[in-house]
Structure formats: structure tokens, C-alpha cells
Design a binder for this molecule. Structure first.
Ligand SMILES: [Zn+2]
Length: 622
């Protein structure tokens, strides 16, 4: 497994390597240079911002054989042993697991002895707020009058829980949450050094999902690299996280600003393929409209913290202040509605349609003119039109005058145009595809098929570029003859099979991603998920709540959820889906290679099929 590789490999080795905590580092460097050292430091901040990392660095600064220094050499045996976690005079204690008074006594007794190897005995106590009151009392005396050779480095996510007697004896440093900008910048640096191709929007997706934690950002990036086959494309990362990227948000907002109903519905239909967490998308929209308003009221205030400064500035010019307010309010209400709507996509769609229909200045006498402006989309090829949106529009029209008949039905949401020439071309080739007739209308086979214009080598040179337009894959039906082999499922009918039926639970976003890496076992009402270390450590109580809710929905309210870290084996939904995907991909490639039309074109133009560009048609699997 390659998870955590980045987080470990890129753990900062020097203060200069640390990202985003300059205010703290400056003070520490100054103290080290002037040899004015306090005996107890307290580092506070949310998880993954570098509290224990700074502690370990400081331990090296204090014990480097070259002397107390802000620039430890990294080569002496003290530096190396600290780095490898085997330095006898650095005592790391995780208070979350060692809360007994006895442990604390042992520690305080031990404090009296001089360091064995180093200059200072350094106690690094993580999650120090977890100590029991008795432990604190045992600890306090030592903290009050520690021997010269002892330094205490305390870390906590929750300083409010510390007794004031402890707080008052420590020099406190509050570490900042990592901004998405910091995280994206660091990821850019790491991926560049690792020579892993990436798309910029993928970085911002990861940066936002990491929620202020650099460690989580690197772990997620490791997962994304594995998920995307050694590269980071925005669509893969979206898929993995159950979120959508900034370009999708941009398309939604553009459709809103242009009042282009069909484009809006098409966009909703497209992103619904990613099974996103709609509440997160609405939160993204909220944040965007908030920033737009800020920019309108205080021009120049939009920073690039989310990588979208240009978009914010453009929208601030385009949108009226009323529109920005309306969109913000609608998104806010929409998020509340999502919790009670029977179908999340419907709730999301209603929210956007409300934004579109109730914009100030829209003529309230007429039914909302959402069918206008979509001419281009309407003429494009489309797939699986979704009838759901249309009735919703009609129900919520603002008091339609009895005599005013609504406009003719708005055009069905069109699938995004198959923009990639290659893709449409391949799609039109596939005579076996059921949908082929539809595609051929718009993309008749032509002798000037663009196959020769796209040198196959481009794929090798710029893999991410090629993988990027994933939303418009070539539509290739997997060969039905091969499909049965894919469904290796002589599972009993009607019974819930975890890895096979997991998607039917409807757990989306991160909770869904994490749960899909687990194996399930059930004992009475207790369902146990066994999840590998890399995913288990990303799991928090919010995720578990969502997973439990979905399980109860399916198996009844008495279900209890246990999660444990361990080897889940091969029967996880993620592994199962990966096996299916591979089989479908192979089937699709085989069917393309066998296709007589492709064969003849390959021969006639001495062309090559770019296998990476072949995508099996994803048939209603998500
Ligand atoms: Zn050293």
C-alpha cells in the first residue's frame, strides 16, 4: 500500500519546510538563536496543522550535537535518532491513551534523572487535555519547578479543557488552520517534486476536502494518486471525494447568470453522475456568493484562497447586488431543505431553479422564462433525458395568471455536448451501441474523421491533459458477451451483499468513499466495518453518523455501527468496483479493437487507437 507515503516522506525536516505557521516559527527561531528558552511550550490548533511536527523539530533543535540551534544539522546521531523516533531522551506520550495516574507518576519520577544521550530530556505530550485531573495534579508540580535539563512540549486540539494552572505555566502558540491556498501550494510543490502529473482544479478539491489539515491533504492525495493511476485529474478526484470541482461550480453559476435553464438542468444532470454531496455543493455556492458580495462591497477584497479570485471578480461585475443576495439566501435555505427533501438531487435542483425563477427583475406575470437561451444545448445530442426537473418547475411557479398558459415544455435537459471530437467520433463508430443511431444524427461518419490529427503519442507526453475531459467519454458499450464474466456474482438473490449492493445504501461523499474501503460483518444488530489503516484514520464521527444513518435506513433503527482498523480483505465495495471497472475497460478495448470500422480506418490512415481514450459506457452503475 502506498498510502501515507507522501505524508511521511514530506514531513517537514526543518522549520523552513513548515508551511503556513510562520508566526510561530519566527518566535521559536528567535528564542533558539538568543538561547532564551522557556521550559514548557504549548502548541494548540486543529488536527493535522503540525503541532507534534513542530515539537519533534524543536526536540532536534535542542539536542543537535552542533549545539542549540534553529538549524539542526540533520546528520548527527541525535538528529537522526529523533527523526527515526528512537531517541531515548525524547519521550512522546499520547495522553489520549495514557491517562492513568500511574503513568503520570512514572513520568514525573523519571523527570529527575539527567538525560542519557542529549542535552535536554524532552517530553512531548500530545492531546494533553485528555489527562485526568489526578494526572494533572501529579504533573503540575513538575511543571512548576522542572529540573534544568527538562523541556515540556505540550500539544492539544482543545486548550479550553486545560486547567488554567497548566495554561499559566506554558508559553502558548496557536497554530493556524491551513488555508486551502497553503495546502494547494504545498501539494503543487510535492507533486512537482514527485513528478506526478496533476490538474490544478484537482489540487483545490483536495485542499478543500482536507479541511485545514495538511496531513489529511497528503493522505487524500496519496489515495487520489492510487485512485487515478499515478496522476491527478480533477474528475477522478471529484469522483473519489464525491465533490465537484470549481469548473463545475463555474458552469452552474454561469447558467444562472445567463438565465439559461436548459444549460442549468443539463449541468445538474451531468454532475449527478458523480453522486456528489449536494449539501457540499450548496456550501461551495454559498461561499462563492459571499465572496462575490464582499468583492462588490469592498472591491479588491477577494483573495485567491480558493483558487477562484478571477471568477469572483468577474461575477462581482456581472451580477447585481440583489442577485448575489438572492442566490446566497436561496442556497442557504436550500441546504436546510436538503435534510428533509426525500431526494437530495430533487432538493438541489429546486434550489437552483428557485434562484433562476425568482431573480429580481424577472417578469412575474409570465411563467419563468427558463426555456429561453438554451438553443445551443437543445440541438446537441443527449442521453437519458431525466423527466424529473420539468414538473418541479411548473409546481413552484410564482402565482401563474390563470389565463397565461405556460410556455411549451422546456427542452429536456441535454447531456453536455460531446465536445471531444475523438469521443464523438468513436461513439458514432460503435455500430453495436444502442445509442448509436442517436449519435449518428449529429455526428455522421465522415472521411475526415479527426483521428489522424491526434497523434497517439500525445497521451504518453501529457497523460493528465488527455484524461481531463472525462465528462465526455467515448460511449462504448461493453461487449455483452463479456459482461457475464464481469458479474462474477452467483450471490443469492434478494440478499444484501455488502460489496455488491453497497451503492444502494446511497452513502455519498467522504463517508461513502471511506465506507467503500471497508469489509462488513454483522452480528445481530451490530454491524462492524473493518477498514484499512489509511482510510480508518480519516474517519471521523460525522462520517460514522452518515454511514450509520444509511445502514439504519436499510436494516432498521436498532442497528449499531462499530468501526475497526484492520485488513478488510478483497470484499470491499471499492475493490469490487475496481475489478468491475477493469473488466469493463478491457471489454470495451477489445470491442473497439474488433470493430470492423475502426479496423478499416486504422488500416487506411495508418492510425492508432488511443486506448486510454476508450471508456466503457457507464451504464447506470452509480
Ligand atoms: Zn544534529
Amino acid at each position: 500500500m502506498s498510502y501515507q507515503v507522501l505524508a511521511r516522506k514530506w514531513r517537514p525536516r526543518t522549520f523552513e519546510d513548515m508551511v503556513g505557521q510562520e508566526h510561530v516559527l519566527q518566535a521559536l527561531i528567535h528564542a533558539l538563536e538568543s538561547q532564551r528558552l522557556h521550559h514548557a511550550y504549548l502548541f494548540t490548533g486543529t488536527r493535522g496543522v503540525g503541532k507534534t511536527t513542530i515539537g519533534r523539530l524543536l526536540a532536534r533543535c535542542l539536542n543537535c550535537e552542533t549545539g542549540v540551534t534553529p538549524n539542526p544539522c540533520g546528520e548527527c546521531s541525535s538528529c537522526q535518532e529523533i527523526q527515526e523516533g528512537r531517541f531515548v531522551d525524547l519521550i512522546e506520550i499520547d495522553a489520549a491513551s495514557r491517562t492513568g495516574v500511574d503513568d503520570m507518576r512514572e513520568l514525573t519520577d523519571n523527570v529527575q534523572y539527567a538525560p542519557t544521550r542529549g542535552r535536554y530530556k524532552v517530553y512531548l505530550i500530545d492531546e494533553v487535555h485528555m489527562l485526568t485531573n489526578q494526572s494533572f495534579n501529579a504533573f503540575l508540580k513538575t511543571l512548576e519547578e522542572p529540573p534544568e535539563h527538562v523541556k515540556f512540549l505540550l500539544a492539544t486540539t482543545d486548550p479550553q479543557k486545560l486547567p488554567v494552572t497548566v495554561l499559566s505555566r506554558c508559553l502558548q502558540f496557536n497554530l493556524k488552520r491551513m488555508t486551502p491556498e497553503h495546502i494547494a501550494g504545498h501539494l503543487r510543490h510535492v507533486l512537482g517534486a514527485e513528478e506526478i502529473p496533476f490538474e490544478e482544479p484537482a489540487l483545490w478539491l483536495l485542499a478543500r476536502a482536507a479541511d485545514g489539515s495538511m496531513r489529511d491533504a497528503l493522505s487524500l492525495t496519496d489515495q487520489a494518486i492510487a485512485f487515478g493511476n499515478q496522476k491527478l485529474s480533477a474528475s477522478d478526484v471529484s469522483n473519489m471525494l464525491g465533490t465537484i470541482d470549481q469548473r463545475d461550480i463555474e458552469r452552474i453559476v454561469n447558467a444562472l447568470v445567463e438565465g439559461d435553464g436548459p444549460a442549468l438542468l443539463a449541468e445538474i444532470s451531468r454532475i449527478s453522475d458523480f453522486a456528489p454531496d449536494y449539501s457540499v455543493i450548496l456550501a461551495d455556492l454559498l461561499s462563492l456568493f459571499h465572496r462575490v458580495t464582499m468583492e462588490q462591497v469592498v472591491p479588491g477584497s477577494a483573495d485567491n484562497a480558493l483558487g477562484d479570485a478571477e471568477q469572483v471578480q468577474a461575477l462581482a461585475r456581472k451580477l447585481s447586488a440583489e442577485d448575489a443576495q438572492l442566490f446566497y439566501q436561496s442556497a442557504l435555505i436550500g441546504r436546510k431543505d436538503l435534510t428533509i427533501t426525500p431526494d437530495a438531487r430533487m432538493g438541489f435542483e429546486m434550489t437552483l431553479l428557485r434562484m433562476l425563477a425568482f431573480r429580481p427583475g424577472a417578469d412575474r406575470r409570465e411563467p419563468p422564462a427558463i426555456s429561453s437561451g438554451g438553443q445551443s444545448a437543445a440541438s446537441e445530442p443527449r442521453d437519458e433525458p431525466d423527466p424529473a426537473p420539468t414538473p418541479q418547475v411548473e409546481q413552484k411557479q410564482p402565482e401563474p395568471e390563470p389565463e397565461s398558459t405556460p410556455e411549451p415544455e422546456p427542452e429536456m435537459p441535454a447531456a453536455p455536448p460531446v465536445a471531444d471530437e475523438d469521443a464523438s467520433w468513436l461513439a458514432s463508430l460503435d455500430a453495436q451501441a444502442e445509442a448509436a443511431g442517436e449519435y449518428e444524427e449529429s455526428y455522421p461518419l465522415s472521411d475526415e474523421a479527426p483521428v489522424t490529427e491526434e497523434p497517439a503519442t500525445a497521451v504518453a507526453a501529457e497523460p493528465v491533459e488527455q484524461a481531463a475531459p472525462a465528462p465526455e467519454p467515448a460511449f462504448v458499450e461493453p461487449d455483452p458477451a463479456i459482461e457475464p464474466a464481469v458479474e462474477q456474482a452467483p450471490e443469492p438473490e434478494g440478499e444484501f451483499v455488502w460489496h455488491r449492493d453497497f451503492r444502494s445504501l446511497g452513502i455519498v461523499g467522504m463517508p461513502g468513499n471511506l465506507a467503500s474501503h471497508g469489509a462488513m460483518s454483522r452480528d445481530g444488530d451490530v454491524i462492524t466495518l473493518t477498514i484499512d489503516e489509511g482510510h480508518a484514520r480519516l474517519l471521523n464521527s460525522r462520517h460514522e453518523e452518515k454511514i450509520l444513518a444509511a445502514l439504519r435506513n436499510c436494516f432498521g433503527d436498532s442497528i449499531q455501527l462499530r468501526t475497526e482498523q484492520g485488513n478488510p480483505g478483497p470484499d470491499t465495495p471499492a475493490a469490487y468496483e475496481e475489478r468491475q471497472r477493469k473488466a469493463r475497460q478491457e471489454a470495451a478495448e477489445a470491442s473497439i479493437r474488433r470493430d470492423p470500422v475502426v479496423k478499416s480506418i486504422v488500416e487506411r490512415f495508418e492510425a492508432r487507437v488511443v486506448e486510454d481514450s476508450i471508456r466503457p459506457a457507464e451504464t447506470s452503475r452509480r
